[in-house]
Write a protein that binds this ligand. Structure first.
Ligand SMILES: [Zn+2]
Length: 212
């Protein structure tokens, strides 16, 4: 494995010799914005002066290899990130929010991530009164029958169930879950969180705030 200590290479681009090794924590990136891995090894690849008081840094994650760009001031304090580090809304109750965080952080271990997403979906359904021993997907269907979620959401859930390994990954004969499977389930869980908690909270806030 090559050392991520590539400061000399990057600073070859005529700019100041910033302490590159300390960049990831300094940029407030506790997780890779692309794959969600915790304590990411974000290797600096390139930097340039955007303006006299702004710098841009291109980092690539040693886990997913995908790039993240950080805009900073001259003191290397981050001003913006692309993509933005993902944090889930405080409108989502704590238990499902924590499970979503875990599912996202585990994307590079797909079967673990799928367990986290399934747990998040389970918590969300329970919050809305869909408890019991029935499978997640039966409870999703019940929520659709009650118009708590739309029919489209239910159809999406059916697709997720078919296309991902969500119910098969405990089976020895089933193929291993892929990152795509894990992303598919997480995306559905995120949409469910938005629909069940974030949108209603945003609507409520919008209605209680006086017109500007
Ligand atoms: Zn990554």
């Amino acid at each position: 494995m090559p050392s991520p200590r590539v400061g000399s290479k990057v600073t070859g681009a005529r700019h100041s010799s910033a302490p590159f090794m300390t960049l990831a924590p300094g940029f407030n990136l506790k997780r890779c914005p692309q794959c969600g891995v915790a304590a990411p090894n974000l290797v600096p690849r390139h930097k340039y002066e955007v303006s006299p008081d702004r710098m841009a840094f291109f980092l690539s994650c040693a886990s997913c290899m995908l790039p993240t760009t950080v805009l900073t001031n001259l003191f290397l304090q981050p001003l913006a990130w692309w993509p933005e580090p993902k944090t889930y809304s405080q409108d989502i109750p704590q238990k499902p929010r924590k499970s979503l965080d875990e599912a996202r952080a585990a994307l590079s271990t797909p079967s673990l991530s799928i367990v986290g997403s399934a747990r998040a979906i389970d918590y969300m359904l329970k919050e809305r009164g869909y408890k019991g021993d029935e499978s997640l997907f039966r409870r999703i269907a019940a929520a659709a029958d009650d118009h708590v979620i739309t029919q489209d959401m239910k159809e999406w859930a059916d697709e997720v169930r078919r296309e991902s390994n969500i119910e098969r990954h405990a089976d020895d004969d089933a193929p291993d879950a892929t990152i795509e499977d894990a992303e598919r389930v997480l995306k559905f869980a995120e949409a469910l969180a938005e629909l069940l908690f974030e949108l209603p909270a945003r609507v409520k806030r919008g209605r209680t705030q006086p017109n500007e």
